[in-house]
Design a protein. Sequence first.
Length: 234
Amino acid sequence: MSHAPVILKPHEPVAERVLLPGDPGRALRLAQQLIDGPRMLNHHRGLWGYSGTAADGELLTIQSTGLGGPSAAAVVAELTTLGARRLIRVGTAAGLGRTPLGALVVAEAAIVADGASRALGAGDRVEADSRLTAALAARATMCGLVASADIHDPVLAAGWIDAGALACDLATAAVLAAAARHGAGGRSRAGGYAGARRARRRGGVGVARGRARRSRCCCVRLSWWPGAGENSGH
């Protein structure tokens, strides 16, 4: 891939730390809440992004990734070339099995059931970084496995439950695989975090961390369950 951005056309600097919601509307809402005077970083392809000064006085970027793994992986790859070093994915996931309503789940690994992660060289699972996982676990309800696929499918979900997955989504594995491929020259590091509801589960998170160009990538997700009559807002 060329070092010149193709998906993103940045008008503002990219911070070393980035929040990655899938939904452009969520990116706007987060920017309004977390950045003092947010300035539009990107609007190319409808992927709204914003940069500005956060409450701690440091630069923060919030960049939407679109729906699913391929789009998220492409955005992660370009952000690392633009200077991002710590990325937190904020999106949606479905709580599985006995994951209680409102639980915050730290993902220790993600089951790879999506094409984007496979194309990036991932195996059956993308492992989480133990240090990031430990840091997130201090505020979590549960720690364990999550799953990522190209579609929400109850048949697939049943298998993930049998494998011990606590939540599933469309992008965690791809973001972690992209961090390993583009943000890590050697060993990749990843972790995950989720909050869940049962009929309408909210909150899932995945975190990736890597070393090439000293990048670290984290992903954060909210979760839901399809058919609950609510827009997923990936």
